[in-house]
Design a protein around this ligand. Structure first.
Ligand code: NDP
Ligand code: OXD
Length: 313
């Protein structure tokens, strides 16, 4: 059995880990000579057109991340099952990000940083506490639910929104188009952790932001998007920041990545930017997870976290 590592980044860290976690297997990378009929598995992120063609014995395509939108646009994607990353290392990193940025808004970090630079001593005598702040998590899947549990532990008033209705102990979960307006109306911090699909493209737009709570303790709703850049309409975010519909935004993902130098988001005083690293797929943890999936499959068990191609996630 061979595993093909098809990434556009440095391949060596992946090859080293896969070799260690799958002893005795052949690990090959694009650009090398290899027998395509021997390839049983592919581990990939953003494969170049053609790179996954002509693999007649392929048994699974492993996305090197949780999202699979990078695969959905691949022309004639092989019919093998797609398995995505859903493991604790990545999940915990995302929750760290969400808890940190939510706390920074709760504690008005931007205001105190500015006051420090101006050497102003300006304590807030009546700041909100976490339970005064309503967090709404769009996308109540693996990442959304872990972030919800940790934000709740900090005291935030957390609810979720998903495509299908579900019950998750301890949380009110809204669902579908019918539940969206009510969900938004009770949300001060909007966290986006939904996949990019034809249904969700451009969902973070002006008309949605207008429906967020305007009576919250933060002085205006804030957006935290670490889902995908294609979810957001960046010109609408800027308009809404400037007309007060949004108080602030933390963005890890962008319509175009890397974010072009010309983007006005870079310099906006109420925008926090991170370079699509809210939760990285750390090679050791990810290779271990993929190796486990291969071993499960070879022992006759089914893959975990398989993608439904019709849903797009
Ligand atoms: P999951 O598949 O576990 O969860 C996705 C959630 O989104 C589900 O609750 C699903 O609803 C909901 N959803 C999907 N489509 C819709 C829709 N049309 N309307 C409402 N809800 C919808 O995914 P993960 O939690 O593992 O990951 C979520 C996303 O996070 C990834 O797809 C990726 O884009 C992003 N990500 C970003 C990273 C970063 O570093 N910035 C790192 C890792 C992931 P339902 O429960 O009904 O199926
Ligand atoms: C992912 C990502 O989907 O890092 O895992 O964006």
């Amino acid at each position: 059995m061979s595993l093909l590592v098809a990434v556009t980044w440095e391949t060596q860290p992946w090859v080293e880990r896969f070799t260690r976690h799958l002893p005795g297997r052949e690990i090959v990378v694009l650009g090398e000579e290899f027998d395509r009929s021997k390839i049983r598995y592919v581990a990939t992120w953003g494969p170049k057109p053609g790179s996954l063609d002509n693999l007649p014995n392929l048994q699974a395509i492993f996305s090197l991340g949780a999202g699979v939108d990078h695969l959905m646009g691949y022309p004639d994607l092989p019919a093998a099952p797609i398995v995505r990353v859903a493991q604790d290392d990545l999940t915990h990193r995302m929750s760290e990000y969400m808890v940190m940025h939510s706390l920074m808004y709760l504690r008005d970090h931007a205001r105190f940083s500015e006051a420090q630079r101006a050497k102003r001593w300006e304590p807030d005598r009546s700041p909100p506490i976490a339970s005064d702040v309503r967090v709404g998590i769009m996308g109540f899947g693996v990442l959304g639910q872990d972030a919800a549990a940790k934000l709740k532990m900090m005291g935030f008033d957390v609810a979720g929104w998903s495509r299908t209705s579900k019950s998750v102990e301890g949380f009110k979960v809204y669902s579908g188009d019918n539940g969206l307006d009510e969900f938004l109306a009770r949300t001060d911090i909007l966290i986006a952790l939904i996949p990019l699909t034809p249904d969700t493209r451009g969902i973070l737009n002006r008309s949605l932001f207008k429906k967020l709570a305007q009576d919250g303790r933060l002085g205006g709703p804030v957006l935290i998007n670490a889902g995908r850049g294609g979810l957001q309409v960046e010109s609408d975010i800027l308009t809404c920041l400037d007309d007060g519909t949004l108080k602030a935004a933390t963005l890890d993902v962008f319509e175009k990545e890397p974010l072009p130098e010309s983007s006005p988001l870079w310099a906006h005083p109420r925008v926090t930017i991170t370079p699509h690293n809210a939760a990285v797929s750390e090679p050791e943890a990810t290779a271990r997870y993929i190796a486990q999936q291969i071993l499960r499959h070879e022992a006759g068990e089914s893959f975990e976290n398989m993608v439904d191609r019709a849903r797009g996630y």
